[in-house]
Every structure is written in structure tokens, then in C-alpha cells.
Design a protein around this ligand. Structure first.
Ligand code: FES
Length: 573
């Protein structure tokens, strides 16, 4: 059922004998469609986030053609339409700031257009959750084709992937890479179209879409420009017709049980921390709430299996060779809700019945995991009363339990201006704190949580430090980086009260993050001031309705119930 109050469009209008039908047919015939084509059913929209301003999604133009072939082969009528597209490297202040705008665009276009079902074409990080959120709320049958990971770069005979950017940037700052070398890296880092070629946010979200049954099994890791991905797109077009004829909508697939499966999968592959926010936003669109406490419980009972960049030495293509998402779920099978549906409409139990486990160094078995459990740590404490997140599997285990003096930065400009200032007296034991970078303060939680190691410490060989912020970090980044601290400083969270030298205590084993300062002293302090609220345009809408990270940063009026859902456990599977 649609969550929209207004009447939805559908493909029946093309058969209508009234004036409305006449106008629809006349305009379509003017665009070159035959009257025979206009009689085909169902009408399948192809919601394409292709854009020249989004190179990661550049392959979607060709994939749309393959989807059309599949739709036509199954007797349907495909009609492609564009939406907003969000390129992670280009959009300011952040793509999360615009994710909900894109979700609104997707929802309203699906709901309003004369289509019966839709194939979503997304890729770069936020385009996938935005399309899933919009399609769930639109309530028409929907299935997704993701752009697929781009090829691995090569330089001097070595594999070069996007996560190398962080160490290479540090080496450049430390003066180890000259201009010629830097130019050579620039020309090799992104060797083609497609999404980032590591287990960053885009690939993580593609794997989540597959786990949720919103794309076909085995699809998420197929290389961007492979024939296999084109064939998958054609199959998806066919499946969209079948799905639409069956009347199944996203809420038949995206259930509380499927969301728990997706979260376990996220933990098992050490995927992007951004997915924690997106999963909660997706959950909100079905009126559900996972909640950080349930996530902590799931993480504590899920083994970490993948050893893929950025959280391991192996390449994404190795994980694909190891069997991809079905192989991951196969290892997790005893702890999954296997009666949740895959994209084929079969249960995961049926799909996994034909998957055979194979030994591969990129994907360990549940009996011999990388970590027994707890790849993602959900933290609570006096510095994060509503929670924070640490990708423990990507952090130095020596820093999982750490106490150190805070060095505080007020926003990204302050960070950039002072991080290398010797007067700050930063040591390897310091805790770098960034505030003013949350959902409101950022705005949109820019991916700056992986604060750079100060140059002087780089020269001493320091490669990791405890960092704490209300920001996010790139899915391609690693380190002992505590993220999504809530409430954020701009909303009066304790982060706003931290001063240089305050002891901060991280205990990623017990799931705690504390500010070890006397409560009486904190009451005497004046919080850092937040910027005045914007008064016009999208910025004003965003400021009024954005929720905090633990609620998924959706707009409060876009959840299924138009109010924050309450955390519950699945009972339907
Ligand atoms: Fe687009 Fe990574 S920057 S997928």
C-alpha cells in the first residue's frame, strides 16, 4: 500500500478511452512509441540516477538499455526517467544532506507517473538508500540494479584501490610523494566507471539491497562493465514485469527480519559505518526501528568473515570470486531469518540451498572467522548518551580500550587550519575530537570523522589514534574512529562541552564512550554555540525535520508513521 495520500498514477491510463488516455497516448506517440507498444503491460519505470556529474553512475545509461530489453522480452513497456543523482566526491556540504531530497524525488516520481512498477538504477553511496527509501514509501513493485564496482587500478605493478587515497594523502602531507608521483596516482586511482572498488558505502549498500531482496541474488559484486552485469540488468527487467504482475511491493521484501539479516551481513563483511544510518532510515520507511541496542546484540553474535579492503588485504574481486553475497549469507545461515525473501521471490533458504561453500582467503568460514564477533561496536556513555558507532574491525585493537586527553576542533575549517599546529601539543595518546559536524551542525554529517593524523606524528610512524566526532567517515576509511556521536554538539549533546585536556575514555569491548569530567563542572560550562537555523529553501526544511544518526537522519515526516518508530524485534519470520 502506498504511503502517499494522493492518488497514484499507473499504466492503465494508456488503455483508457477517456480524454486522459487519449492525451497520454498522443504524447507518447509523439515521442515515437507505437500504439502496439502502448498496449503492452505492465508499464515499468526505469528510475535512473545516471548523471555526467556522477562518474560512479556513468554505466547506468547502458544498463538501462539492458533493463529495457528484459522488460520488453517479458511483455512489458519500459519508460526511463531521471532523478537527482548524488556523487560522493562532488556534492557539498555532503551527500547525506541531500539523500532525503533524492528520496522524495524518487518517491514522488514513482507515485505520480503512469507506471505500474519500477527498476531502480543506483550506485554511488547515497543514491542506493535514497532509491530504496523512496521506492518503499511509493509502494509500487520495485527492484534495483546497482552500478557495480569499477575495476581495480594498477600502478608500478601494484593494485591501487580508492582506500589507498587515505595513506597516500598522509604520505603526500609528510612530503614522501613528489608532484610526478602524485600525478601518476591521480591518473590511476579511478580506472573506469562504476562504484568504489572496495567494501565502501556503495558496495555495502548494494549488498544490503541484495540481502533485503531488492536486487537479484549474486548481483552486487558483478563488475560494473562486465557482460554479466548487463545480463543481470536484462534479467532484472524481466523480473520487474513478473514482480509487478504478482503485485508484490517492497514491504513484502523489506521486513524487520530482512533488516536484521542485512545488519548481520554488514557486520560479517565489515562494511561501511554509513550503512548503520541508512539501514535505520530504510527501517523507518516500513515503520520499524532497529535501534542501536539491537544492533549491538546482533553484532555481538555475528562473526566477521570478510578480509577485504579497506578492512583487510584482499580485493573486492576476490570476494566476488569467493561467491559474493550468497556465499557470505551461506556462512551466516544458522543465524539468519532464512524465510525472508530474496530478489527472485524465493526464500533465502531456497536460494542458499544451491550455494556451496568454497575455501577462499577473502571470505573465512563461520567456524574460522577473522573475529568471533563484534565487528561493529555500538557505544553509549556520558559522551554519547544516545549512542555512537565504531568499526572495531578496522581499528587498532591496542586502542579499543584507551584513555587520553581531548584535543578539540570546532568544525571542519578549524580542523583543517590547526591539525598540524605544533602548539597543540598532540601526542599519540591524545583523543582528537571534532564537533559541529553532525546532522544539523555539518550539516549532513560530512565524511570527516577520520581526522588526519598530525604531520609530526606521521613522521614518528603513528598510523592510528582515537578520534571522536558527530560526523561520519567514508566507507573506504579505517582507524579507531568513533562516529555519529549523539546527540550531536549542535543539538546540545555533551560533545559541545568538551575542553582541551579533558580525559576521554573509550572502551570498545564494553561498548562505552565517556567524558571523565565531574558532572558539576560540566553544568558550569557553556556549550559551544551552534549556527543560527536557516530560514528559507531546502536548508530550512532540512533543519526543521532532520533526525539524529540513531534515527537514521531521515526527515521525521517521511517515516511510515510520520513519527519516530519504536524499536521492536521481528515477529513475522
Ligand atoms: Fe561514488 Fe565511491 S565515490 S561510489
Amino acid at each position: 500500500m502506498s504511503q502517499n495520500d494522493t492518488k497514484q498514477g499507473n499504466g492503465d491510463v494508456f488503455s483508457s478511452s477517456d480524454r486522459d488516455g487519449f492525451i497520454h497516448r498522443a504524447f507518447m506517440r509523439g515521442a515515437g512509441h507505437s500504439s502496439a507498444a502502448l498496449r503492452r503491460r505492465p508499464v515499468i519505470g526505469i528510475c535512473n540516477s545516471y548523471s555526467e556529474l556522477n562518474p560512479c553512475n556513468a554505466g547506468l545509461r547502458d544498463l538501462a538499455q539492458s533493463v529495457k530489453q528484459g522488460v520488453i522480452a517479458a511483455g512489458g513497456f519500459p519508460l526511463e526517467f531521471p532523478t537527482i543523482s548524488l556523487a560522493e566526491p562532488f556534492i557539498r556540504p555532503s551527500t547525506l544532506y541531500l539523500r532525503n531530497l533524492m528520496a522524495i524525488d524518487v518517491e514522488e516520481m514513482i507515485a505520480a507517473s503512469p507506471i505500474d512498477g519500477v527498476v531502480l538504477l543506483g550506485g554511488c553511496d547515497k543514491t542506493v538508500p535514497a532509491q530504496l527509501m523512496g521506492a518503499i514509501s511509493a509502494g509500487k513493485p520495485a527492484i534495483m540494479v546497482t552500478a557495480g564496482p569499477r575495476a581495480t587500478g594498477r600502478l608500478h605493478g601494484e593494485a591501487l584501490t580508492i582506500d589507498d587515497l587515505w595513506t597516500l594523502s598522509d604520505r603526500r602531507r609528510a612530503g614522501e610523494l613528489d608532484d610526478d608521483e602524485w600525478q601518476a596516482i591521480e591518473g590511476s586511482l579511478v580506472p573506469g566507471v562504476g562504484t568504489c572498488n572496495v567494501l565502501g558505502t556503495a558496495v555495502t549498500m548494494a549488498m544490503i539491497a541484495e540481502t533485503l531482496g531488492m536486487s537479484l541474488p549474486g548481483s552486487s559484486l558483478l563488475p560494473a562493465t562486465s557482460g554479466a552485469r548487463a545480463a543481470l540488468a536484462e534479467d532484472t527487467g524481466r523480473r520487474a514485469v513478473e514482480l509487478t504482475r504478482s503485485g508484490q511491493t517492497p514491504t513484502d521484501f523489506v521486513t524487520p527480519a530482512a533488516l536484521e539479516n542485512a545488519f548481520r551481513m554488514l557486520c560479517a563483511v565489515s562494511g561501511s559505518t554509513n550503512a548503520v544510518i541508512h539501514l535505520e532510515a530504510i527501517a523507518g520507511r516500513i515503520g520499524h526501528r532497529l535501534g542501536l541496542h539491537v544492533m549491538a546484540e546482533l553484532s555481538q553474535s555475528t562473526p566477521v568473515l570478510a578480509q577485504v579492503r579497506p578492512s583487510g588485504p584482499h580485493l573486492l574481486e576476490d570476494l566476488h570470486e569467493a561467491g559474493g553475497l550468497p556465499a557470505v549469507l551461506n556462512e551466516l545461515q544458522p543465524m539468519l531469518h532464512t524465510d525472508a525473501l530474496a530478489g527472485t521471490g524465493q526464500t533465502w533458504s531456497q536460494v542458499l540451498g544451491s550455494v556451496t561453500s568454497q575455501k577462499h582467503p577473502a571470505l573465512r568460514s563461520a567456524a574460522d572467522p577473522v573475529f568471533a564477533a563484534g565487528g561493529l561496536a555500538m557505544l553509549h556513555g556520558s559522551l554519547a548518551p544516545a549512542g555512537a558507532v565504531l568499526k572495531r574491525s578496522a581499528a587498532d585493537p591496542r586502542l579499543w580500550q584507551h584513555r587520553g586527553p581531548a584535543v578539540v576542533f570546532d568544525g571542519v575549517a578549524d580542523l583543517n587550519a590547526r591539525i598540524d599546529d605544533p602548539a597543540l601539543g598532540i601526542t599519540k595518546d591524545s583523543v582528537l575530537v571534532l564537533r559541529g559536524a553532525g546532522p544539523v551542525g555539518g550539516p549532513g554529517m560530512p565524511e570527516v570523522g577520520q581526522l588526519p593524523i598530525p604531520r609530526a606524528l606521521l613522521h614518528q610512524g603513528v598510523t592510528d589514534m582515537v578520534r571522536v566526532s558527530d560526523a561520519r567517515m567514508s566507507g573506504t576509511a579505517t582507524g579507531t574512529v568513533v562516529l555519529h556521536v549523539a546527540p550531536e554538539s549542535a543539538e546540545g549533546g555533551p560533545l559541545a562541552l568538551v575542553r582541551n585536556g579533558d580525559p576521554i575514555v573509550l572502551d570498545a569491548v564494553e561498548g562505552r564512550l565517556d567524558l571523565d569530567v565531574d558532572a558539576e563542572e560540566l553544568r558550569r560550562r557553556t556549550p559551544a554555540t551552534a549556527a543560527p537555523a536557516p530560514r528559507r529553501g531546502y536548508a530550512a526544511l532540512y533543519r526543521r525535520h532532520i533526525t539524529q544518526a540513531p534515527e537514521g537522519c531521515d526527515f521525521d515526516f517521511l517515516t511510515a508513521t510520520a513519527e519516530p518508530p519504536v524499536a521492536t524485534r521481528p515477529t513475522d519470520h
